[in-house]
Design a protein around this ligand. Structure first.
Ligand code: XMP
Length: 333
């Protein structure tokens, strides 16, 4: 619509004014905010923007390739993909405490990003180097860091954010989404040509599958979980609620699969199996502070469990999590 086109034109002009002929680095995660920020800044300054996409090996099935296809293949943006999965999995070996895992993942993420940013800042033969760091900060983040929302005295889960990074790197800050609410960011993303499936995707935590594999994280577990989770999400997108006509993906606020590193007995053909268990989690919430487990149709649960057990060798049991928040949290760690 024309209001959005006007808004884009204005934002583009503002970014061009602010950046001039300098260069910008942006940490692309594949999430809504950084994706929309990247698309907008790319629209404004093209190749003066370089995105850094750190793959920590704890992303969902084909997620890294999808991000590259979209930003490099379709938008023709410059993206440096850093495959750091061995580094992350190596440092996570033997660690099972949820907060310790979060700290390791968050810390490594910042280290890897900083190293890439430092290279870009230094520039190379004749190339003058970046002077701006762009972030997909949106209005609710601005309010939150201003303390208005910090009434919560106890940290239940340490969410990693990259606060203070521009200062540490000696880069100027570019935050073109600072005045926007989430809904406006999504609309902007669609208007910029990002696919609605990307823009309306459920939130995904920074530590990724690292907090959806209970206890120690192993590549074997992550590979099984990725395949099971992709089946769950695919079927949530396939099944529609007749009354509203919406898919169950759109009717839930967040849905995912959790890997339980315990084995249970099953039977397949003539044989006995002794394999891992996964839990399906789907919630409905307006603010993620409280949440109800979603009353998914039995037919959907049946399809998902049948497919996971038949298609993912190594998993022989699927459970459904019927816990609300509070007292449970949305993620299992
Ligand atoms: P909980 O599990 O606390 O989750 O009920 C509430 C929302 O926060 C997300 N979440 C995280 N996001 N880093 C993130 O970026 C984290 O460490 C983290 N832990 C939880 C969770 O996915 C849900 O949307």
């Amino acid at each position: 619509d024309w209001v959005m086109r006007d808004h884009i034109a204005e934002a583009v002009e503002q970014i061009r004014q602010q950046v001039g002929d300098e260069e910008v680095i942006l940490g692309l995660s594949g999430g809504v905010d950084s994706s929309v920020a990247a698309a907008l800044i790319h629209r404004a300054i093209g190749d003066q923007l370089t995105c850094v996409f750190v793959d920590h090996g704890l992303l969902r099935l084909n997620e890294g390739d999808m991000v590259m296809d979209m930003f490099v293949g379709k938008l023709h943006a410059k993206v440096i993909r850093v495959d750091a999965s061995d580094l992350f999995l190596g440092k996570l070996a033997g660690v099972s405490d949820p907060e310790a895992k979060r700290k390791i993942i968050g810390g490594l993420f910042v280290d890897v990003f900083k190293a890439e940013a430092a290279k870009l800042k230094a520039g190379d033969g004749g190339h003058k180097g970046a002077t701006f760091l762009a972030q997909g900060t949106i209005y609710p983040d601005v309010i939150e860091s201003g303390g208005a929302k910090s009434k919560k005295a106890v940290t239940i889960k340490s969410h990693h954010n990259v606060g203070g990074l521009p200062e540490q790197l000696g880069l100027k800050l570019l935050e073109p989404l600072r005045d926007l609410f989430k809904d406006e960011v999504r609309e902007l993303g669609v208007a910029l040509g990002l696919p609605p499936e990307m823009v309306y995707r459920h939130p995904f935590p920074g530590p990724g599958l690292g907090v959806r594999i209970l206890g120690e994280v192993k590549k074997e577990y992550a590979d099984l979980l990725r395949r099971a989770d992709a089946i769950f999400i695919e079927e949530l997108r396939n099944f529609r609620d007749e009354a509203s006509g919406k898919t169950w993906y759109d009717l839930t606020s967040q849905a995912f699969t959790v890997f339980l590193p315990v084995k249970s007995v099953g039977v397949m053909g003539d044989g006995r199996t002794y394999d891992y268990v996964v839990a399906l989690r789907a919630v409905q919430t307006s603010d993620f502070m409280t949440a109800d487990w979603a009353e998914l149709p039995y037919a959907l649960l049946k399809k998902v469990s049948g497919r996971i057990i038949n298609e993912v060798r190594g998993i022989n049991r699927v459970t459904y999590d019927v816990s609300s928040k509070p007292p449970a949290t949305i993620e299992w760690e």
